[in-house]
Design a binder for this molecule. Structure first.
Ligand code: PLP
Length: 376
């Protein structure tokens, strides 16, 4: 059996172990320490816009804290992009709130501003104004942030950007994760940089960063004994894994270039194949990290569907995966409200994510290429 080609695998740069070693040598084996502070500074410098970053245990915990800091409580409604990973929506239910799902638009595959405004107006008409909006930058592509931020401002609703897949991507030159009231990053094993597991909350003010850290470290009041006036969480990042993050920051831009190279590679493969579209930036306003490269297959033109391609790749031990199944189609969210049409559903039916790791070598690419040339 040939070695497995993964969709997205970890790719270490070299100095990660140096920072981890430092943590051991100085005995900072705790959910605080110089690596956590250093990784936060690195991220703040990288994102710009005077961002304040709190490093956490996961992207999911960052989303949960963003909802708490947006005052989402029992019985509230929160608008969430339907086409996404379930982790975007699950924290809404942790708060006892209800998700209201919104369809995507064709250009970016992210939240459709028209359906978003419709969902807000419908909520307001029923005396149920949504408490927050969770917009996602799927596969590294920014959502239409001019329109989305304008709507959030107009209705004065907290905007949470799930940028778990979009570290390093920009819209009109501004980094994803810095547009909303809160931004969410993930350093899970499959993301563009990884700490094996981890995440971060991007805040607009030092005050909300400190509040996030307070909640993430069990909400201890300022007293010599353990005293609590609020419910806390154990969501802080470990100083050991933060060392991996510091090393990864040194190679982030290089790895983005390599992932973008994978996207070019697929554009080349499919340039003469009618009915197969590679997902690319709709205009020069967008710069995607191309965390995953994706295609959409129109089987009426090609004569084969995305599942055929997926199975053919699998025969050669190459991993690919359908696009995210929209949340409004998930059994667990079957009773949730939905605003939209069939954009995300059709993307799910016809779309496929392809191997996109930054560490794929020439032989890997040749295997992928020859697999496709047998079919197209
Ligand atoms: C990975 C991911 C998350 C969750 O991040 P974790 O660090 O795994 O908790 C949330 N949203 C999206 C869109 C993701 O891809």
């Amino acid at each position: 059996m040939k070695n497995k080609i993964w969709l997205s695998s970890p790719h270490m740069g070299g100095s990660e172990q140096k920072y981890v070693q430092e943590a051991f040598e100085t005995n900072w084996i705790a959910p605080l320490g110089p690596n956590v502070n250093g990784f936060e500074k690195d991220l703040e410098n990288y994102l710009g816009e005077d961002s304040k970053v709190a490093c956490l245990a996961s992207g999911t915990s960052a989303l949960h804290l963003a909802l708490i800091l947006s005052d989402v409580v029992l019985g509230d409604e929160v608008i969430c992009q339907s086409m996404t990973f379930s982790a975007s929506a699950n924290p809404i239910t942790y708060q006892g709130a209800k998700p209201v799902f919104v369809d995507s638009e064709h250009d970016t595959w992210n939240m459709c501003p028209v359906h978003l405004e419709n969902a807000i107006k419908t909520g307001i008409a029923k005396n149920k104004k949504p408490k927050a909006i969770i917009v996602v930058h799927l596969y590294g592509m920014s959502a239409k942030m001019d329109e989305i931020t304008a709507i959030a401002k107009k209705y004065k609703i907290s905007l949470i950007e799930d940028a778990a897949e979009a570290l390093g991507s920009t819209y009109k030159g501004q980094k994803c994760g810095t547009f909303g009231d809160f931004g969410v990053l993930s350093f899970n094993g499959n993301k563009i940089i990884t700490t094996s597991g981890g995440g971060a909350l991007v805040c607009k003010t030092e005050e909300s960063k400190q509040k996030a850290i307070f909640l993430a470290t069990q909400a201890r009041d300022n007293a010599p004994h353990y005293q609590h006036s609020e419910i806390g969480y154990n969501y802080r990042m470990s100083n050991v894994v933060a060392g991996i993050g510091r090393g990864q920051m040194e190679v982030l831009d290089k790895h983005i270039d390599l992932r973008r190279g994978m996207n070019q590679f697929y554009q080349e493969i499919f340039k003469d194949t009618e009915g197969v579209e590679v997902f690319v930036e709709p205009t020069a306003d967008y710069y995607s990290n191309h965390w995953l490269s994706c295609i959409v297959v129109d089987n009426k033109i090609t004569g084969f569907n995305r599942e055929h391609l997926r199975l053919k790749l699998l025969e050669d031990n190459i991993e690919s995966r359908p696009l995210w199944k929209p949340m409004h189609l998930q059994p667990v969210f079957k009773n949730s409200k939905y605003f939209g049409n069939l954009v995300s559903e059709n993307l799910f039916i016809n779309g496929l994510c392809l191997p996109s790791s930054s560490n794929l070598i020439k032989e890997d690419r040749e295997r992928i290429q020859s697999c496709f040339s047998k079919i197209i």
